[in-house]
Design a protein around this ligand. Structure first.
Ligand code: FAD
Length: 485
């Protein structure tokens, strides 16, 4: 703990640096930020500091290093693993990057946008669109998630199949290091083989290695046309077969392939009855496909109808509907995007964000359902996700009428073991896109090899020797420093 007088001196210096309006200390003023989006973690903070530019971020880090105060960086606070929530000590500084929200540059010639860390993802998409270009990263939290956050969690979303995740879209970074120095790596180069890739160390590091203050991001040509379809299928294996058929027929034009279980869509219907559905749900699974086409709307429509006709003939698909307008396509995507919101309204459930090779997907889905239901009879499975990326959100809800929080408290460990062991047995990962944060540090300890853990600790020690940045996140044990030491 830093002694009270040391705390006062630190806070005085912080206020002198940022101005009192940008240092908030009262717990009630910062309550929205000391708690995670799902309400699973409640922390306390010494203060919430909101710097306005990179130089101020660097000065804050220097101040924190001098006083031994740990820093918890935060963007939109939409993360799902408690990575942006401070611990309960009340001694960590919550550092909001949201005021760093300028688009510094857009270059259609280079196909690059340089955005500060606090830019909201949707505003970057809009800025690209304004130049007739596409920034393809897209996820349901895009109205609040920030560029710093999506890069720090290496977010995925719905367009990974064609464009890759946040890491693939990032060309360069500006980072404040644990010594309070600024590394300007805002490159716009596609090719640069000049030693270790520092950018890749900070992406996906969840704020444990450095503070991202800006990024140069890749832009793409906007597709001429897009077509969206929904299909109903009886088995998860049919969805995998449909994916293979679609990939063969549409190639790089296939920009989305999302799987949704009937139960997840029933939750959406229950909590968001105003959302339009193209057909009555009769089968166990639904797939949402998106085709991006470089020719025309008609061409896209024909290709998608041809594919679905073929799939119907092969008996893979029970029923299918192709959106006839942008509004219908948006309505189909809205069903998918409201699943996380519907399950949040339904109450707590046991969440998993696994990935497996696509060839093992059907075996994983069917085998794991059997194991979960054997162990937890009556449990309801909310399974949905980016099948085309081999990534599923495999969430387990209490049996109908049972107490949700009690179910979570009693069965979470067992359920994690079943689902994560099943993913590992298929050569998969326990965290495909949400990261590790504080929720999954025990899983990292269990599933990473000792060699991988040692290398990760070595990187942390080299870049953040004082253990200043987001202690207790990502790395199990050993990463937490003594505050005030
Ligand atoms: C409804 C909903 C849908 C979602 N869908 C998806 C999805 O499809 N795919 C997906 O991958 N994720 C998804 N997420 C998770 C979440 O949106 C992402 O993790 C997002 O990338 C977090 O961005 P943020 O700005 O809110 O970051 P925060 O939640 O504020 O922070 C996330 C992590 O990054 C660190 N951090 C934040 N900013 C910085 C910075 N500038 N420098 C260093 N570290 C930083 C934090 O300390 C924390 O560890 C979803 C979340 C919600 C609520």
């Amino acid at each position: 703990m830093i002694p009270p007088r040391g705390t006062e001196r630190f806070l005085d210096a912080l206020q002198a640096l940022l101005g009192p309006g940008h240092v908030q200390q009262r717990a009630e003023d910062i309550a929205a930020w000391t708690r995670d989006w799902r309400g699973r973690y409640q922390g306390r903070a010494l203060a919430l500091a909101s710097p306005g530019d990179t130089a101020q971020v660097a000065e804050i880090v220097q101040l924190c290093a001098a006083h031994g105060v740990a820093v918890v960086p935060q963007g939109g606070n939409t993360g799902l693993v408690g990575g942006a929530t401070p611990d309960a000590s009340g001694q960590q500084l919550l550092l909001s990057l949201r005021r760093l929200n300028r688009i510094r540059e857009i270059s259609p010639a280079d196909g690059v946008i340089v955005a500060e860390a606090g830019c909201i993802l949707h505003s970057v998409q809009e800025a690209a669109d304004g130049q007739g270009m596409l920034f393809p990263l897209s996820l349901a939290a895009e109205g609040s998630a920030t560029i710093g956050g999506v890069l720090s969690t290496n977010a995925g979303g719905t367009a990974v199949l064609r464009y890759g995740n946040a890491r693939s879209l990032c060309l360069g970074l500006e980072v404040v290091t644990a010594r309070g120095e600024v590394w300007n790596g805002l490159s716009s180069l596609r090719k640069d083989n000049t030693g270790y890739d520092l950018r890749d160390l900070f992406i996906g590091a969840e704020g444990t290695l450095g503070l991202i203050t800006a990024a140069s991001l890749q832009l793409f040509a906007r597709p001429r046309a897009q077509r969206t379809a929904l299909a109903q299928l009886a088995h998860a294996g049919d969805a995998v077969a449909l994916f293979e058929l679609a990939r063969g027929a549409l190639d790089a034009g296939l920009t989305g392939f999302e799987l949704m279980s009937a139960h997840s869509l029933r939750l959406v219907a229950q909590h968001f009855p105003q959302l339009a559905r193209p057909f009555e749900l009769e089968a166990a699974w639904c797939v949402l496909l998106e085709l991006s086409d470089s020719e025309s709307e008609e061409h896209a429509q024909q290709r998608l109808e041809h594919l679905l006709g073929d799939a119907l003939e092969r008996g893979l698909v029970r029923d299918a509907a192709v959106a006839q307008s942008l509004a219908q396509a948006d309505a189909m995507w809205a069903l998918r995007e409201h699943i996380p919101l519907a399950q949040a309204q339904e109450g707590l459930n046991i969440k998993h964000d696994i990935s497996v090779p696509i060839s093992r997907m059907a075996a994983f889905v069917e085998g794991t359902a059997e194991l979960v239901l054997q162990a937890l009879p009556g449990a309801r499975l909310i399974v949905f996700g980016h099948l085309g990326d081999g990534n599923l959100h495999y969430n387990v809800q209490a049996p109908a009428g049972a107490d949700g929080p009690g179910f979570l408290a009693r069965h979470q460990d067992l359920c994690n073991r079943i689902v994560h062991d099943a993913a590992a047995a298929c050569g998969g990962s326990f965290s495909a896109e949400h990261g590790v944060g504080q929720l999954k540090t025990p899983e990292l300890a269990r599933y990473k090899s000792p060699v991988a853990l040692e290398l990760m600790r070595a990187v942390k020690a080299a870049l953040d020797p004082q253990g200043l940045f987001n202690p207790g996140k990502v790395l199990p044990g050993g990463a937490t420093r003594e505050p005030g030491a």
